[in-house]
Ligand binder design. Structure first.
Ligand code: PRX
Length: 656
């Protein structure tokens, strides 16, 4: 953290908004004044301006039982109607909603009219399968148009989706299906990744099989399967249904019902500081208001002319808010891409930008850093002149990567918006407004209009400019999480107890205010890692490791990594009997794969060090800080609180 702080103190580059961009920008400086004058009236205006309400709301915020907020509670709307039907009814049915690109170069253009039609059919199918208001549907799919249709069809009928990233293992999927009590799973046979078919349906079968002893009740009644990969799949008759056997045949007449603004919309699981992922719950009206607003002003969406591309998978919050809900609510045209950035060649993304004339690109620092590593000669082979705005999300973007992004991808002119937010916040909270803000490489800068944040010390006191502390959100916001599925206590404990007397939301991030009062994010302060912009919990990986029969004890840390931001580094103690029979290298390799299979490839440790002991305090707490020093190749810090002060020199020697 200290090197990052040094860095930002040296950063003096500033980029004023280009005049041409500012002249046509959606955002204006007045937004800050309006929000300042009356925050709630500001959000009410956005909700009315951006959404269609079947029943207009008369209440804005109800914060009488914090931390459980209600926004626009007496209003009613249909989220799918807002994302689809109203654009068709407004005469934009022929506008392209999705420019889909398969990894292998196959493509499909889906208009708003076509997507609306598909969603209506699927809504009828789901209703026939017995899915109704409040039921949970798990979605485990590749990035294909059907995945977005699935999300919208579920919420259209007032049900709740839980999208599980297609890169997660059967075990991870099983936990999420069980925790939410999903009634239906929507999946595909497989999808293309890295030039091969990556199977999905087999993982669903595994997740639903062999449940004896898992303690979970079988809730899944039907599995709806899209044919995409063409891989062989096993079939459970009576449970499994091909999408192509039911959706095209279903009626495309479906009238969207209105649901209350606080109707649950989706659950999305994210890693916390314990081994068990948290089901973050979002509701409807407030969420869609902030999703649409931020997509419009931060991504500067002009629906008639922009070709927008957010590279996130729908398995993450970024894919929910800035692929499915925000852009479709705004009637935008967007690219979605099935595959990986380097398949079949390292210029794949830039080829896509050129092919579709992408104007706004929203991606993660990890991707930018991997492109930097390959070198500018790759993007230089493509025409990127259509790009006029660039966004970054998921982790701090270092000034070098920021400058490279601007220069090589943005043609030295495109403004960059570095957007800070979380699964829990639902939508962007801190970001420059393009066309308004003078940008600074490396800083997320200022809270959006209508959002209040602060950087405080352990006692909740404002640290003042030039100082570091903890990032908090000081006022409720429309797209805030409404809870953790099935666990209100954990919701309070995790986010609200730390600053209970001030009523602040604790984000779990360290931050610093510079002399202008701009916010610089410094990474997580808890045991959560951020690998390639994806959150992983150290405890979750440790539980997976100790679940392996060879492992006696394990400690996991996030070590800084040039490309992925942080990388998973594991220190494990192996049981004597296994040490005798296996080579250290074989054991380490085996454990890397083990974690990959148990949680998913993103959780696979970069390094597994086999050690004889772990550094512990007298009360038995593992001092991960010291292990991080070793993992990052630094001199080991203060060891005086260790029960055995010699242990770190032994570990350092073993790691070397
Ligand atoms: O640590 C912050 C980091 O990502 C965390 C949230 O992760 P997740 O819920 O998976 O959502 C990621 C996409 C919104 C935060 O607590 N983070 C996110 N955006 C930034 C960031 N760190 C620094 N700068 C950002 N722009």
């Amino acid at each position: 953290m200290s090197s990052q702080i040094d860095h930002l103190l040296d950063e003096t580059r500033r980029f004023a908004p280009p005049a041409e961009f500012a002249a046509d920008a959606v955002a204006t400086a007045e937004l800050y004044e309006e929000a300042q004058a009356d925050r709630e009236a500001f959000w009410a205006d956005q909700a009315r301006r951006l959404l269609h309400w079947h029943t207009p709301f008369t209440e804005v915020l109800d914060w009488t039982t914090p931390p459980f907020a209600k926004w626009f509670a007496d209003g009613e709307l249909n989220i799918a109607y807002n994302c689809l039907d109203r654009h068709v009814e407004g005469g934009h049915g022929d506008r392209i909603a999705l420019l889909w690109e398969g990894e292998q170069g196959d493509d499909r253009r889906v208009t708003y009219a076509e997507l609306t039609d598909e969603v209506k059919r699927l809504a009828n199918v789901l209703t026939d399968l017995g899915v109704g208001e409040g039921d949970r549907v798990a979605i485990y799919m590749p990035m294909i148009p059907e995945a977005i249709a699935a999300m919208l069809a579920v919420v259209r009928i007032g049900a709740i989706h839980s999208v599980v990233f297609g890169g997660f293992s059967a075990d991870s999927l099983r936990f999420r299906i069980d925790d939410a009590g999903a009634k239906v799973v929507i999946t595909a046979d497989g999808g293309y990744r890295k030039g091969k078919v990556s199977p999905l349906k087999p993982a669903v079968d595994l997740a639903l099989a062999d449940r004896n002893g898992s303690g979970a009740q079988e809730t899944v009644e039907k599995v709806l399967v899209v044919k995409r990969g063409g891989n062989d799949v096993e079939w459970t008759h009576g449970r499994d249904i091909w999408w192509h056997d039911v959706v095209p045949q279903a009626s495309s007449v479906h009238e969207a019902q209105a649901f209350g603004a606080e109707n649950p919309l989706f659950i999305l699981y994210t890693s916390g500081t314990t081994g068990k992922p948290k089901g973050i719950l979002h509701t409807s009206g407030g969420y869609l208001t902030q999703a649409a607003f931020t997509n419009q002003v931060v991504h500067d969406i002009h629906p008639a002319s922009d070709v927008y591309w957010c590279t996130a998978d729908i398995g993450w919050i970024t894919g929910h808010t800035y692929v499915t809900y925000g852009p479709l609510a705004n009637g935008a045209t967007q690219v979605i891409y099935e595959g990986t950035p380097d398949t079949p060649h390292p210029g794949r993304w830039w080829e896509i930008v050129q092919k579709y004339g992408v104007t706004v690109l929203y991606t993660a620092p990890t991707a930018i850093r991997s492109f930097m590593k390959i070198g500018r000669s790759v993007p230089k082979q493509f025409d990127l002149s259509s790009l006029r705005l660039l966004g970054s999300v998921g982790e701090p973007i270092n000034p070098e990567a920021w400058m490279w992004y601007r220069k090589i991808i943005g043609g030295k002119t495109a403004p960059i918006v570095d957007t800070w937010w979380q699964t829990e916040t639902g939508a962007i909270m801190i970001s420059a407004l393009p066309g308004v803000t003078e940008t600074k490489p490396g800083s997320a800068q200022v809270p959006l209009p209508g959002i209040s944040v602060d950087v405080v010390d352990e006692d909740g006191q404002h640290v003042g400019n030039g100082n570091g502390g903890l990032l908090v959100v000081t006022e409720p916001w429309p797209s805030m999480l409404r809870g953790i599925w099935g666990d209100p206590e954990r919701f309070k404990e995790t986010y609200w107890d730390k600053f209970a007397s001030q009523g602040y939301y604790f984000a779990g991030d360290g931050a610093r205010l510079d002399d202008d009062g701009d916010v610089w994010l410094l990474g997580r302060v808890d045991d959560v890692m951020n690998v390639s912009g994806h959150r992983l919990s150290t405890t979750e990986i440790e539980s997976s490791l100790v679940g392996n029969e060879a492992v006696a004890e394990a400690a996991v840390v996030g070590a800084s990594d040039e490309t992925t931001g942080q990388a998973v580094v594991a220190f494990v103690i192996i049981k004597e009997s296994y040490l005798k029979e296996h080579s250290a290298e074989g054991l380490a390799q085996g454990l890397r794969s083990w974690v990959g299979e148990q949680i998913g490839p993103i959780a696979r440790p970069r390094d597994v060090y086999i050690v004889g002991e772990l550094p512990k305090t007298r009360s038995g707490k593992i001092m991960r800080r010291l292990l991080r020093d070793v993992a990052e190749g630094r001199e080991v810090g203060d060891t005086t609180t260790l029960a055995d002060t010699a242990v770190m020199s032994v570990i350092s020697a073993q790691v070397k």
